[in-house]
Design a protein around this ligand. Structure first.
Ligand code: NAP
Ligand code: MG
Length: 462
């Protein structure tokens, strides 16, 4: 059988239980580029059984050997970087250069970081008359979205495997092809059968069956708040561990002492990147009233330059959703200074890079995650006002602060209710914990904090 006909379960491609398929569409030209099986509860059950069967041996494998397998996986991903980038470009629509640098580059870095952590982490420590062993949580269900399709898989699978857990992944229906490519890479890297399993399918069918399966010990979910809430409720019913990464409405706070042009230009680039489909995007720009008009002009000019350079959004559904938010912004009285609701092209799921001025806190576009290339610029009176606005949403995932003096920016950042803050344009760090305050989620991914999510402690007293 051809690899693409089945599910990757127990170390082999196996036929799906049912006949239904999901069509994968290229968002640039709306053409069907492939199909994958639409998994059912029966496929999920097979995959969870395979993961459970593989758990005792993998959990007992010395961490140094698990590290060696993860290093092999990183090497296979590196060798296949071009294929990864081309696949993500085909199913997500992101420009190839961005796919190479981010959609392929970041997961390779994250896989490498867990190869190192597995080798160096102290899975055992002494405290008083106890020895504390950190043991794998068990079988992990990973339910992932389409916006950074390989990164979000690797950010769950790599730490889970490093910890000694086994995994079943249900990737997003819009981007299953890179997930299959990843399964092939796991196979080539020589991970034991059943340690990693992949079931493609629809969220309410395969995803829900996976979250509900009693053989799953931890559900790690990234996606919408609505689905995250359902998953948390299922987990609560079964006293299962749960990790949720649910998006945000992050603030980019430009203090009066900042380099305004730089802060605005980097801020616009941050929002337009990946066509705005980034949970940590700085979608609210906060500017002092004395600099407001200048910032709006700079942002409008910066957004206009993007034109066609950003890709489409992932699907017709997302395009409708984003354009609906733009119409709502206009209806609620915000001022369009770049872009707008009209589609910039006849074909493909494109949305114009859009900037709104005169946005006030109470507006929908200042509160809800749009997940498209749409920036809202808000005016503040003084620093306390800026802080109040920055903290004034249900979310708290990321953010940025710009100031002439780094210490000034840090002092402000320490008062923000959010999980990550970039100071004067600080760079992404794959070792820094990533995750939300408030309704942005529960738990942390990446680095040593991400590893800890997949471990539980056992204390022996002497
Ligand atoms: P979503 O439905 O929450 O999708 C995330 C994952 O959950 C996908 O694998 C999805 O499968 C699965 N899923 C859906 N319903 C499920 C259920 N009842 N039980 C178990 N799993 C289920 O998100 P979306 O519809 O693709 O996007 C909607 C909005 O969510 C976006 O506009 C954005 O605001 C937000 N979002 C946030 C992030 C983030 O990184 N935090 C990522 C993506 C989306 P299917 O692919 O089959 O739906
Ligand atoms: Mg969905």
């Amino acid at each position: 059988m051809k690899a693409h006909d089945g599910m990757y379960i127990g170390g082999a491609w196996r036929p799906a239980a049912g006949q239904d398929v999901i069509e994968v569409v290229n968002p640039v030209d709306e053409q069907v580029i492939g199909t994958v099986p639409a998994g059912t509860a029966a496929d999920v059950d097979n995959a969870v059984r395979a993961a459970r069967a593989a758990l005792p041996e993998w959990a007992a494998t010395p961490p140094a050997e698990r590290a060696a397998r993860l290093a092999a996986l990183r090497d296979v991903l590196t060798a296949r970087a071009d294929e990864i980038a081309e696949t993500v470009t085909a199913e997500l629509g992101s420009p190839l250069k961005f796919s190479q640098a981010v959609h392929a580059g970041v997961p390779i870095a994250v896989a490498g970081s867990y190869a190192e952590l597995a080798a160096t982490y102290a899975f055992e420590e002494k405290t008083g008359n106890s020895v504390v062993h950190e043991e794998p949580v068990g079988v992990v269900a990973a339910i992932t979205p389409w916006n950074y399709p390989l990164h979000q898989i690797v950010a769950k699978v790599a730490p889970a495997l490093a910890a000694g857990c086994t995994v079943v992944v249900k990737p997003a229906e819009d981007t299953p092809l890179v997930a299959r490519l990843f399964a092939g890479a796991v196979h080539e890297a020589g991970l034991p059968a059943g340690v990693f399993n992949l079931v493609t399918g629809l969220g309410p069918v395969a995803g829900q069956a996976l979250a509900e399966h009693p053989g799953v010990d931890l559900v790690s979910f990234t996606g919408s708040t609505a689905v995250g809430r359902q998953i948390a409720a299922i987990a609560a019913g079964q006293i299962k561990k749960v990790a949720l990464e649910l998006g945000g409405k992050s603030a980019n706070v430009i203090l009066p002492s900042a380099d305004l042009a730089k802060a605005v230009n980097v801020g616009v680039a941050n929002v337009m990147s990946n066509s705005g489909q980034t949970c940590s995007a700085w979608t609210r720009m906060l500017v002092h009233r004395d600099q407001y008009d200048e910032a709006v002009e700079l942002a409008a000019a910066a957004a206009a330059k993007y034109g066609d350079r950003i890709g489409p959004v992932v699907s017709a559904k997302q395009q409708d959703r984003v354009r609906g938010y733009i119409e709502k912004g206009v209806a609620e009285g915000a001022r369009l200074v770049a872009g707008g609701p009209e589609a910039p092209r006849e074909q493909g799921y494109f949305v114009s890079p859009t900037v709104f001025a005169d946005v006030t806190e109470d507006m929908t576009i200042a509160q809800e995650e749009i997940f498209g290339p749409v920036l809202s610029i808000l005016r503040y009176e003084d620093e306390e006002d800026a802080l109040r606005i920055a903290n004034g949403t249900v979310y708290g995932l990321a953010g940025a602060v710009w100031a002439g003096d780094e210490a000034e920016a840090v002092a402000f950042a320490r008062r923000m209710e959010t999980g990550q803050v970039d100071i004067n344009g600080g760079r992404f760090n794959p070792l820094a914990p990533f995750g939300g305050y408030k309704q942005s989620g529960v738990g942390r991914e990446l680095g040593v904090h991400g590893l800890a999510e997949y471990l539980q402690t056992k204390s022996l007293q002497f």
